[in-house]
Design a protein around this ligand. Structure first.
Ligand code: C6P
Length: 420
């Protein structure tokens, strides 16, 4: 692990994120909450501003110059996302508001129309609420049954249990690639290969992986994959669904309205071709174009380099966290060189409440998240009401980790002293 390499990437990108160059509560901001939402580089901010300043117009509707330019920008962004995840066709990328909407699209379009009483859906206990609640709603309507894969001994995905649970009754497996709480990188290729042997479809929640590592949907062979733009340097309000072309073709529309139709009669309608069939109404045009700029930015840096750099950060973070007595980080441990785990750590310290830890750290200018991180079932299984979570991105540095650890130690000492 070399400090030079790490400084090079941080030094290269830091100037691109003006928001990081500020004081919060009188201390230099340390932003360790990128799993909730990432910061946005100037290139993305400028792209959004340029759209509204120079060519704001609706897409696919007008023959005038601004509308043509907006349409080119919007559809160009789709091309960029398609090649970013190596989709076989640009028609396989549907823009949504976020990953949550993308999962609901699959649940209501495919799930509601496909699942029969007794069919089984396999999820894992570490899923974000966005990948649990839509399936509960669909199971209630269809009579399908949800089964959950539990945690392995190292608090990762229990692959052996998954192999026991899957059967010919399984019609869908919907699992997270990287857990937003445990930080584990799940063996999705293996999960997908097993599920396909049983004829089940697989949805991958890639919210916490697409921003941090190279993703190849064709190599992975997933049927659907979802992600949110705001976690990958793009604005809020834009995300995407990848789906295999034939599968998307076979799915009925989710929302009805403008854009998604071919012909509308008083008694029936025909639908637009993919991906427009699933994009009813005026979309988040500027946000989609800005997502394209975010993809350009990440591609320029290199997803493999981002991932390797984050491995260095996580190795350092874990080394330092282990110095603190009574601190437990949930999820599998990384190797000494930071492999096998995403750059986030959800932890508890003795009996201290995670919200108290994050509030006191905020006084030191350090932004971490505390609570259940929208994984309540998982926290129940872990036996804790909440955790404190530090989540890093490629703009963070080792020095920030050191400052965070020093502040955390002081916070713990402070609480220790007042609790006697
Ligand atoms: N997790 C976090 O702080 P949306 O809200 O649709 O952009 O993303 C939902 C979502 C789905 N799956 C995973 C694995 C996620 O991490 C998230 C968002 C944030 O961990 C906000 S709760």
């Amino acid at each position: 692990m070399t400090i030079t390499k790490e400084k090079t990437l941080a030094a290269k990108v830091r100037k691109d994120f003006p928001i990081l160059n500020q004081e919060v509560n009188g201390k230099p901001l340390i932003y360790f909450d990128s799993a909730a939402t990432s910061q946005k580089p100037i290139a993305v901010l400028n792209t959004l501003r340029d759209y509204y300043e120079q060519y704001n117009a609706n897409v696919h509707r007008g023959a005038h110059t601004l509308s043509v330019k907006a349409t080119e920008g919007y559809e160009g962004a789709r091309n960029k996302v398609a090649s970013f995840v190596n989709a076989a066709s640009r028609q396989e990328i549907v823009f949504t508001r976020n990953a949550t909407e993308a999962i609901n699209l699959v649940a209501y379009s495919w799930g509601l129309n496909t699942l029969q009483p007794g069919d089984e859906i396999i999820l894992s206990v570490m899923e974000h609420h966005s990948n649990i609640v839509p399936w509960q709603l669909i199971a209630q309507k269809t009579g399908a049954v949800i089964k959950y894969v539990g945690l392995s001994e190292t608090e990762g995905f229990d692959l052996e249990q998954f192999k026991q649970l899957i059967s010919d009754k399984t019609k869908l497996v919907s699992v997270v690639h990287v857990s937003n709480t445990l930080g584990c990188i799940n063996p999705v290729e293996e999960i997908i290969a097993i599920a396909h042997r049983y004829g089940a479809k697989v949805l991958i929640d890639a919210c916490q992986s697409v921003p941090h590592m190279p993703i190849d949907v064709q190599a992975m062979d997933c049927d659907w994959l979802v992600a949110s733009g705001h976690k990958m340097c793009a604005p809020t309000g834009i995300g995407f669904l990848y789906g295999k072309l034939e599968l998307l073709e076979s799915m009925p529309p989710f929302f009805g309205g403008g854009e998604m139709i071919s012909e509308v009669y008083l008694d029936h309608s025909t639908y637009n071709e993919l991906p427009h069939k699933f994009e009813a109404g005026t979309p988040a045009i500027g946000e989609a174009i800005a997502l394209g700029a975010a993809v350009d930015y990440l591609t320029e840096l290199g997803m493999d380099k981002i991932h390797a750099y984050e491995e260095e950060l996580i190795a350092h973070l874990f080394e330092k966290l282990h110095e603190i007595p009574d601190l437990k980080v949930h999820g599998p441990q990384p190797t000494a060189d930071g492999k096998g785990r995403a750059a986030l750590a959800s932890f508890t310290v003795g009996e201290f409440h995670p919200n108290d830890l994050s509030t006191l750290l905020d006084h030191e200018g350090i932004a971490i998240r505390s609570g259940h991180h929208c994984t309540q079932p998982l926290h129940r299984i872990l036996g804790v009401p909440g955790t404190a979570r530090a989540s890093l991105y490629f703009y963070n540095t080792r020095e920030e980790i050191d400052t965070f650890i020093a502040a955390l130690k002081e916070t713990i000492d402070f609480f220790g002293s007042i609790m006697g």
